[in-house]
Design a protein around this ligand. Structure first.
Ligand SMILES: [Zn+2]
Length: 358
């Protein structure tokens, strides 16, 4: 990635030891989307196409989704041990999702974590505190490190479609697909009729209940470029992609309870959750995220969380200034960047980014 020219709209600098991103293009004055964002259609009054058509729809109303979830559970095997397998990263959103599923919705939940080899130690401690406080069973699965690092390094070098890059880094997209496929396999093994996950409004999708076929299509879309690049990786991914049973639906409880960050931190603090100090400004569990975010910014000219944060600004969840600060300060130092790149087998020096470390 260091050999490729960077996006012309992006400049980097260092402040207080951390990398700061400057996007030189115009931005929507209502949300935050920059001119570099796909299909942004910024008007002369600086209003983007997403703001003009109401932000892309809010999905089905919460009561409708809850009724659908209840019907799905009622139709499932009565002797099942769990109502759902919850995809659990230890981050703030999936932690509060676990709280909502158990305490607010009364579901029997099996938490499932995929350890990608880059999970913050604080996130592991948070997982223990939250699952203990909520009385939730927890399965941890750690694929071979070689397999996961290969997924990330190939993702960084292969082109991905715009449906992936609009909302996430290619590395996150690939990793999430492995999580979805492994979670679906566990749900089938445990006879759990539903998957659950806690993505924030505007991230990934606006729908609170996603059909299994959709999840399967996401995995196919992400695994395709990885398998095309490497036969070995393709064979390993087949173990996740080729499944005997269909994917269950994926339910997001956060869309059915409103989304208020301050209230979320309050609930989590009460359960012993602590914000990690070693992750970037947009992630509360993964040490790789900052590196992947920076690669994405330099390739495409916008932050992979920009769409999600724009949605939060438009919906009044987050002040515009704070959203802008969050995408500018990615809270990664140049030395952390070099270290992570080295762990992925990539040769990256801070100077390649136009950064002077001293
Ligand atoms: Zn806008």
């Amino acid at each position: 990635m260091s050999q490729k020219p960077f996006h012309p709209a992006i400049r980097l600098s260092i402040e207080a030891g951390g990398i700061v991103v400057h996007n030189l293009s115009r931005r929507c004055g209502r949300c935050i989307l920059p001119e570099t964002f796909p299909s942004v259609g910024l008007s002369s009054e600086a209003v983007c196409a997403y703001c003009r058509d109401g932000g892309g729809g809010g999905g089905a109303p919460a009561e409708e989704v809850m009724a659908e979830v209840r019907a799905l559970l009622a139709a499932a095997d009565a002797a099942r041990g769990y109502d759902c397998v919850a995809l659990y990263s230890g981050g703030k959103d999936s932690s509060v999702a676990l709280y909502a599923l158990t305490r607010e919705m009364g579901m029997r939940v099996l938490a499932f974590t995929l350890d990608n080899g880059f999970v913050s130690e604080t996130a592991f401690r948070n997982m223990k505190r939250i699952t203990d406080a909520l009385g939730v069973d927890h399965v941890m699965y750690r694929p071979a490190r070689r397999f996961m690092t290969r997924i990330y390094s190939v993702s960084l070098q292969e082109p991905f479609d715009q449906e992936t890059t609009k909302y996430s880094t290619s590395g996150c997209g690939s990793c999430i697909s492995v999580v979805l496929a492994a979670g679906a396999r566990l749900a089938a093994e445990k006879n759990a009729p539903l998957l659950a996950g806690g993505w924030t409004p505007g991230q990934f999708t606006n729908d609170a209940l996603l059909p299994g076929e959709f999840l399967e299509s996401v995995c196919v879309r992400h695994f395709g470029p990885l398998s095309a690049r490497s036969d070995d990786l393709g064979r390993e991914l087949d173990r996740y992609g080729k499944r005997g049973s269909p994917f269950p639906s994926l339910f997001n409880p956060l869309y059915c309870r409103g989304y208020d960050e301050a209230q979320i931190y309050n609930v989590l603090g009460g359960l012993g959750w602590v914000r990690p100090a070693d992750t970037d400004s947009c992630s509360t569990n993964c040490l790789l995220n900052g590196f992947l975010v920076l690669d994405h910014l330099l390739k495409y000219g916008y932050h992979p969380y920009e769409y999600e944060l724009a949605h939060h600004v438009r919906s009044g969840f987050l002040p515009r200034e704070e959203a802008l600060a969050r995408i500018a300060r990615i809270n990664v130092s140049p030395s952390a960047l070099e270290k992570i790149a080295g762990e992925l087998g990539l040769e990256v020096r801070a100077e390649d980014y136009g950064l002077n470390c001293d």
